[in-house]
Design a protein around this ligand. Structure first.
Ligand code: PMP
Length: 364
C-alpha cells in the first residue's frame, strides 16, 4: 500500500476493526446474541421476495415508506412526535455519521468528541478531512462539563459528538449536560450537534429525542444494529429538523439504500415489540454482569448499554487473552486497565463469568 499515491492522512493508518477469532462465545462487538425470530425471518423472506420482483428498477431513492415507519417507531418509544421529514436512513449509523460529516464537516472544519468514545467518530472525521479534537472526560469516564465547555469555546468546532450511552464505557449522559454542551457549542458558532444514541434502548434513562424541540442543529443518531438485533442488516437512521435531512441529501449517493435493505428493515419494524422483548432480557443480563463483576471485586463502570466496561487490569491484553483461551472473546478498546464485555445469553454470560473468576483466582 505504501507505494500507492494514497492521501497523506491515510498513510500508515490501520482500518477500524476488532480481532474476530472463531470462538464459541462472542461477546466482543455489541451484537445481539439472539438470532431473529422465525416469524420475522419468514416476513423478511416474503418482503424481500416482493422487492426482488422490482429489482430491475432502482429503489425508492428517498426511502419514504421506511422513514415513515422509523418515525412511527421513534414517536411511539421516544415520546416526541416525528414524521418522515424528520428522519433519514442509511447503511448503518456509520453511514449516517459519514453523511453528516460530509455535509457539515470537511476540509477546514473541525469536530469534537469526548474520549474515550466511539472511535469511528474520529475515523470518519479523518476520512472526510474533518479536523478532530479529542475532548476531555473525568477519570470515572463521565463528561467533565466545565472542561468540555472550555474546549468547545477554545476550538469552536463545527460538529460536536456526544455518545449516550457511551461506547466503550457504557454510561448514559444526562439531559442537562447535553443541553449545556449544545448551548456552549451554539454560543461558539452555529454547529451541528450529534447525539449518538446507538444503545439508547438499553438505557436506564429515556431517549433524548424530546431535546430536538426548538434545537434545529441537534441530530439524534440511531441504529437497528443493537436493539433490533440486526447488525447484519446495516440500517442506521437519524432524527432531526427537516432542514438537516435536506442537507444530508446533498451528499448521499443516489439510491444508497437498496430495495432489499428497505424491505428487510420494514419487516423488522413490524416485529418491533418482539425484538424489544429481547432488549429487556439483555438489560437484565447486563445488570447481572455489572453486579457479579462487582461482587468478584472488579471495578465496573455503570452501564446503560448492552455491554459492560470492567477492570482494573495491569495488562488488559493478557487478561483478554486469558478470557479468550477459555473460549470467550471480549474487547480490548485500549482504555487503560479495562476491557469491555457485551451482554450475551445467560449461558454465554455464565461462561464469561467463569473465565473471569478463574482470572481473578490466578491474579490472587
Ligand atoms: N455508534 C456507536 C456508539 C456504536 O457503538 C456503533 C457500533 N458499534 C455505531 C454507532 C455504528 O453502528 P452501525 O453502523 O452498525 O449502525
Amino acid at each position: 500500500m505504501d507505494d500507492l499515491p494514497l492521501r497523506d492522512e491515510l498513510r500508515g493508518k490501520s482500518p477500524y476493526g476488532a480481532p474476530h477469532p472463531d470462538v464459541p462465545v462472542q461477546l466482543n462487538v455489541n451484537e445481539s446474541p439472539y438470532p431473529l425470530p422465525e416469524p420475522l425471518v419468514d416476513r423478511i423472506a416474503q418482503r424481500v421476495r416482493e422487492a426482488a420482483r422490482g429489482l430491475n428498477r432502482y429503489p425508492d431513492r428517498d426511502a419514504v415508506e421506511l422513514r415513515t415507519a422509523l418515525a412511527a417507531y421513534l414517536t411511539r418509544t421516544g415520546h416526541h412526535p416525528l414524521t418522515a421529514a424528520n428522519v433519514w436512513a442509511a447503511n448503518g449509523s456509520n453511514e449516517v455519521l459519514q453523511q453528516l460529516l460530509q455535509a457539515f464537516g470537511g476540509p477546514g472544519r473541525t469536530a469534537i468528541g469526548f474520549e474515550p468514545s466511539y472511535s469511528m467518530h474520529s475515523l470518519i472525521a479523518r476520512g472526510t478531512s474533518t479536523g478532530w479534537i479529542s475532548g476531555p472526560r473525568h477519570e470515572d469516564f463521565t463528561i467533565d462539563l466545565d472542561a468540555a465547555v472550555d474546549a468547545i469555546a477554545a476550538h469552536r468546532p463545527h460538529v460536536v459528538f456526544v455518545t449516550t450511552p457511551n461506547n466503550p464505557t457504557g454510561s448514559a449522559v444526562d439531559a442537562e449536560t447535553v443541553v449545556a454542551l449544545y448551548e456552549a457549542a451554539q454560543r461558539a458558532r452555529p454547529s451541528l450537534f450529534v447525539v449518538d444514541e446507538a444503545y439508547t434502548e438499553f438505557s436506564h434513562r429515556p431517549s433524548l429525542l424530546p431535546l430536538l424541540e426548538g434545537r434545529p442543529n441537534l441530530v439524534v443518531s440511531r441504529t437497528m444494529s443493537k436493539a433490533f438485533g440486526a447488525a447484519g442488516l446495516r440500517l442506521g437512521y437519524l432524527a432531526a429538523d427537516p432542514a438537516v435531512v435536506d442537507a444530508v441529501q446533498l451528499v448521499r449517493l443516489p439510491y444508497h439504500l437498496s430495495a432489499v435493505t428497505q424491505a428487510t428493515a420494514l419487516a423488522a419494524l413490524e416485529h418491533t415489540d418482539t425484538l424489544l422483548g429481547y432488549v429487556e432480557q439483555l438489560k437484565t443480563e447486563r445488570d447481572r454482569l455489572v453486579e457479579e463483576l462487582r461482587a468478584l471485586g472488579f471495578e465496573v463502570t455503570d452501564s446503560d448499554a448492552n455491554f459492560v466496561q470492567f477492570g482494573l487490569f495491569e495488562d488488559p491484553q493478557a487478561a483478554w487473552q486469558h478470557i479468550l483461551d477459555r473460549g470467550v472473546i471480549v474487547r480490548n478498546n485500549g482504555v487503560p486497565g479495562r476491557l469491555r464485555v457485551t451482554a450475551g445469553t445467560p449461558a454465554e454470560n455464565d461462561a464469561f463469568l467463569d473465565a473471569v473468576r478463574d482470572l481473578k483466582k490466578e491474579q490472587g
